[in-house]
Design a protein around this ligand. Structure first.
Ligand code: BES
Ligand code: ZN
Length: 456
């Protein structure tokens, strides 16, 4: 079947494809905030209708959280599963957005034309690259060159709590030859990539309580313990002066990079000054003696994502607070065991608590790191197909982010995953003014058409 005709169709249909993406972007499907539950449902409905219009037998399937969208399309050739997520991150701080995050717009910028909206890159724009490639293929040839299962989730940004039970219950239906995941990035604007390593993630929230009510900091200050000071001391002690994490046993299972991978990454020509310079920084701030690329791709981290406590409103209030909280996430590599780290972290905090203080913990997801074997034939075929579309040859790269599902495909379904995406470092995912380059969208669709041809 001719690939050229499909590519030509993709080019002429780009304005319509962009309009369809804009429709999906108008739905504020923020999974972590219960206020947007109905919107998550609406995004799932939109996808069901869109896939059905392609002849994919699609259903919205309930879970205890947000629904899954599962669709099947018969065809000859290998059985491919496609995964993406329709949920998005919260938009705050809203005042830093230049426009309504759910009123998408095409904009011209010094670095090219972009689609600006929450979810434009992570992950609605990316997931639609695959859907649009299928649409073009179907329009030109009447059928696809493979059998397809779509598996779209609405809880990725909140740790995918319903995913494992759903996959276990529906394993026979979801099992396929290869799982394509479109939720990662290019290496840079010329170099497409297949991501072969993802970091794992452990989320922990802790609340420290001291006095049983907020106090006047003049009347009690000095005599009463202040939970914000206790929390600060605990947080400050999580790293030593060389940037290493101090939780007992934390580095168990953290491997050193193989020489082969070190050489391969060296060959990518990553520019740390540019990477940091693009966000107003100049110095890598992780473990001493490690390169910036190692810090983001192959070393574990402990980061405080938020702190609350006391008076944070306008003006000044001399309060000695009763409580202080922090949200802390750990990125994990190698075979680090998230549950063991959770246990050791909680014990370390307990051991540091002064008299009269208590701590409560709540966990937010715990998933190990993923490493994907590139030696199977589909990897080389897909890499070649990507190289045919982009200016430079495709690279195998690492990724500092986490995609909880990636490890589960192999573990639960016995289906190997392959991670291909077209996001860029400056897409501002999870931040104000998120965007997706129109070029990422367009060439992303074309890339999938080529990959479908190559894999079948
Ligand atoms: N698409 C991202 C993962 C990602 C991040 C890929 C950076 C490439 C570069 C994904 O949607 C994401 O943000 N995942 C969360 C997972 C979490 C909320 C459970 C993450 O990594 O923080
Ligand atoms: Zn994502």
């Amino acid at each position: 079947m001719s690939l050229d005709a499909v590519l030509a169709r993709i080019d002429t249909d780009l304005p319509q494809a962009t309009d369809r993406l804009m429709e999906l972007l108008r739905i504020p499907s923020i999974s972590t905030d219960p206020a947007y539950k109905a919107d998550c449902d609406r995004a799932a409905d939109w996808l069901v209708a869109d896939l059905q219009s392609l002849g994919v037998k699609t259903e919205k399937r309930p879970t205890p959280g947000h629904p899954m969208v599962v669709g099947h399309l018969d065809g000859d050739g290998p059985h491919l599963l496609f995964y993406g997520h329709y949920d998005v991150q919260p938009v705050d701080p809203l005042e830093l957005w230049d426009r309504d995050p759910f009123d998408p717009e095409l904009q011209d910028t010094p670095r090219g034309r972009v689609i600006r909206a929450r979810g434009a890159s992570d992950d609605k724009g990316q997931l639609m690259t695959f859907v649009e490639a299928c649409r073009a293929w179907k329009a030109v040839h009447g059928s696809l060159p493979c059998r397809l299962t779509f598996f779209l989730e609405g809880e990725e940004e909140s740790g995918s709590p319903s995913l494992v039970p759903f996959m276990e219950e529906n394993a026979a239906e979801l099992k396929s030859d290869l799982a394509l995941i479109c939720d990662t990035g290019l290496f840079d604007s010329r170099v497409p990539a297949i991501t072969t390593m993802l970091r794992g993630l452990l989320g922990e929230e802790l609340t420290i309580t001291g006095p049983d009510k907020d106090l006047h900091s003049g009347m009690y200050g000095g005599a009463a313990i202040n939970p914000i000071r206790v929390l600060s001391r605990i947080i400050a002690s999580l790293h030593d002066d060389t940037g290493r994490i101090t939780i007992p046993g934390f580095y168990d299972g953290v491997p050193e990079l193989s020489q082969e991978l070190r050489d391969q990454w060296q060959g990518l020509g990553f520019d740390p000054d540019r990477f940091l310079g693009d966000v107003g920084l100049s110095q890598p701030a992780g473990e001493q003696g490690r390169s910036a690329l190692e810090m983001i791709w192959s070393r574990p981290t402990c980061e405080v994502n938020g702190i609350t406590g006391g008076y944070t409103g306008a003006g000044f209030k001399t309060v000695l607070p009763s409580k202080a909280s922090a949200k802390i996430s750990f990125r994990l590599v190698g075979t680090q065991d998230p549950l063991k780290i959770r246990e050791n972290f909680r014990q370390m905090v307990q051991d540091m608590l002064p008299p009269d203080c208590a701590v409560e913990f709540s966990g937010h997801g715990a998933g190990p790191a993923g490493m994907f074997d590139t030696s199977s034939p589909p990897y080389e075929l897909a890499r070649q197909a990507l190289s045919d579309e982009w200016p430079d040859e495709a690279a195998y790269i690492g990724c500092g982010g986490s995609i909880p599902i990636a490890g589960h495909f192999a573990e639960i379904l016995g289906t190997p995953p392959m991670l291909i995406g077209f996001g860029k470092d400056d897409d501002q995912i999870h931040s104000p003014n998120e965007k997706y380059d129109l070029e990422s969208f367009h060439k992303g669709i074309r890339s999938w058409a080529r990959i479908l041809a190559a894999l079948s």
